[in-house]
Design a protein around this ligand. Sequence first.
Ligand code: GLU
Length: 448
Amino acid sequence: MLAPTVRFAPSPTGRIHIGNARTALLNALLARQGGGRFVLRFDDTDRERSREEYAVSIEADLAWLGIVPDLVVRQSDRVALYDAAVARLKAAGRLYPAYETADELDRRRKRLQTRGLPPVYDRAALDLSEADRARLEAEGRRPHWRFRLEPGTVSWSDLVRGDSAIDCASLSDPVLVREDGSYLYTLPSVVDDIDLRITDVVRGEDHVTNTAVQLQLFAALGAPAPRFGHHNLLVNASGEGFSKRSGAMSLTGLREAGAEALAVAALAVLTGSATAIHPIATLDALGPVELGRLSRAPARFDEAELWGLTAKTLHGLPFAAVRERLAARGVPMDATGEDFWRIVQGNLARFDEVDLWWSVVAGVITPVSEDAEFLAAAARLLPPEPWTAETWAQWTALAKTETGRKGRALFHPLRLALTGRDTGPELAALLPLIGRAKALARLAGQPG
Ligand code: GLU
């Protein structure tokens, strides 16, 4: 099979959310696994609602997930292509002007619905004569343009849903061009898919009905159609889909709250798939995308699961995977830095908690002194450096013999003094990194 060219096509009208991440990642993984290309296409034909800041944030969010597009295009730069397609459709008699106002259309829809009929546009505009149109235009009306659907059933073999068919009698002729000449999503999407030689359109199942219309458009424009796959949507605990408008579960928000990108990716891709959710250390560990094995039911995204998976992801990441992030927080990129990561990673629920442990190792903390007398005795027994992983056991064995303490009464005051905290990484591992000078200060109850 030819290497695939896929696209992720958000409108820059808000921040992308976990559900969009599912679409983006499925596409990116298909491209990567098939040695193909991933196009990021900004569907910004809605000039009112599209914003540059959202386009910028979408690229940043994708980069955070580990997706770097091979090509970025904006529909607002490509209007000449859409105009040419419109000319072609008009010449073929597939695009017709209609003059109904939104109110008129609404009233007609309601009338049909009260009679129990599907609210399909009645094509009244097809009966307008030249003279009718001239009169309407003289009244100041401007047309919008509808695509005349061919009757009959459109069918395709969906990469996710298998054999799929839509009877076009149940669809209104879609409006492709608004009164002000601007484009709705349907036509530009097809024109771009043709122009950019998209081989596979993988998107949410909210677009299934568009597929019938778009397949007719590919044919009307004389182009072969790509394959289509419509994946199940992620929904929240109450079964509702996510929306860019609400901002809930936005990738930016999750990143700022400390979610790990790889945890977000694992949940976005594996929820409602044939593979159990598991922590990953690279995107490739998600395994091959098997669109045909995605569940058909909505996939429930559980935020609590994200925080558990964030912690598990951190516990499994090798030093090499977090080097830059540690360096940015002042952790040295040497053996100490590597030891530090290995020792503390198992205690992290969020990455930024490394700050706390790095200050325990290399910064100044205020020790908690529960029992000064015992701590002074322990300080006197502290072995000379160099220290190893055995130092802690040797030291506490001595302290046990000398003071008669054992168990929690022995270890807990030492932990509080040395780290200032109740719980944390193994002290046997941490102690050599803290070093004798800091340990002595802290055992004496002094900041160190
Ligand atoms: N802009 C559309 C959306 O965000 C793209 C749909 C498609 O992939 O064709 O839903």
